[in-house]
Design a protein around this ligand. Structure first.
Ligand SMILES: [Zn+2]
Ligand SMILES: [Zn+2]
Length: 313
């Protein structure tokens, strides 16, 4: 008796062994989708949050007479890829663009998140994977591991001098072994919350490191500002660590004119921040101080209006 992953579950195509016999109707579920992948000899390379979207897509394809052949179902650049006969390209593109607004983990409303790679996630799943840096007079902590200032021997940055990450070199043997440090170096990235403060603090410690990098930190990270969008004190250099929006300086650096981050644009980004549950999460887990004078520029009606068109996808 061969056991399979489907033994304990019930679904429409459980007994199906031939692609031709595979039934697509409004009863099919995630197991049917996995079975369809098996029958096509492919593996689903997406997380479960997108399964309902793909199920809906194959139901529509079926109505167009699709032969049920698919050579790949995966995530790429934070959106869905579904490779089949190119006569269905228009429909598939529609689902690709819908996937850009759906959390790949849970299926709730999501946004494109950058963490060295891209993924579409809701705020909850985004923050679940986000690393936090906490501070202590003797050092800093990431995931409950304390790193001592006095153990750092050198600091370097990315070769293209974008300063979005740092490698902190430690005395040999002091780093715990795990998957994100290597060669006595600890990798820190600006997607980590607390990155800006870490840079500020590194400057105050007597750690020998490169003049250019030291100067860059001095100019761009020695002052933290309140964000006009989320209101938290988290703006370093070109962007806000909290809502992850660009600052006025950040917009200028990508070609906008100074001041183009005007009231209208701020209002627009504030609406996105609220719809993304940003304020909800930040008020529950305060990581940054909030500007008591921060102003919300949109009205309740405008929020309701925005909800309507973003959920219409
Ligand atoms: Zn989610
Ligand atoms: Zn912000």
């Amino acid at each position: 008796m061969i056991h399979s992953k489907y033994d304990q579950v019930e679904f429409l195509n459980k007994q199906c062994t031939l692609l031709e016999d595979f039934v697509i109707n409004d009863q099919i579920n995630a197991y049917d989708l996995e079975k369809l992948a098996d029958l096509n000899r492919i593996t689903l390379q997406i997380y479960a949050g997108w399964y309902p979207l793909v199920i809906e897509l194959i139901q529509k394809l079926d109505k167009l007479g699709w032969d049920k052949r698919v050579s790949c179902i995966k995530e790429k650049y934070a959106s869905l890829r579904f490779y089949t006969d190119n006569k269905y390209d228009d429909l598939i593109e529609e689902y690709e663009s819908r996937s850009r607004h759906i959390c790949e983990i849970c299926g709730e409303r999501g946004e494109n998140r950058h963490r060295g790679w891209e993924q579409t996630l809701c705020r909850e799943h985004h923050l679940e994977n986000t690393r936090y840096i906490h501070f202590d007079p003797n050092g800093f902590m990431i995931n409950d591991v304390l790193y001592w200032w006095s153990d750092i021997t050198n600091i370097s940055t990315d070769e293209d001098q974008k300063y979005t990450c740092l490698w902190l070199k430690f005395r040999p043997g002091v780093l715990p072994r795990n998957d994100w440090n290597d060669d006595d170096q600890l990798f820190v990235h600006d997607s980590m919350r607390g990155y800006g403060e870490l840079l500020q603090r590194l400057l105050q410690e007597s750690i020998p490191f490169n003049y250019g990098l030291r100067n860059h930190i001095k100019i761009h990270f020695s002052q933290v500002e309140f964000c006009l969008i989320c209101g938290y004190e988290a703006v370093y250099y070109k962007k806000c660590e909290c809502c992850e929006n660009l600052s006025d300086k950040g917009y200028v650096s990508i070609g906008y004119k100074p001041g183009e981050l005007d009231q209208e644009k701020i209002k627009d980004l504030q609406l996105d921040w609220f719809l993304d549950d940003g304020e909800l999460f930040e008020s529950q887990n305060p990581f940054y101080p909030k500007n008591p004078e921060h102003r919300i520029l949109f009205t309740q009606e405008e929020l309701e209006e925005r909800k309507k068109w973003t959920f219409d996808f």
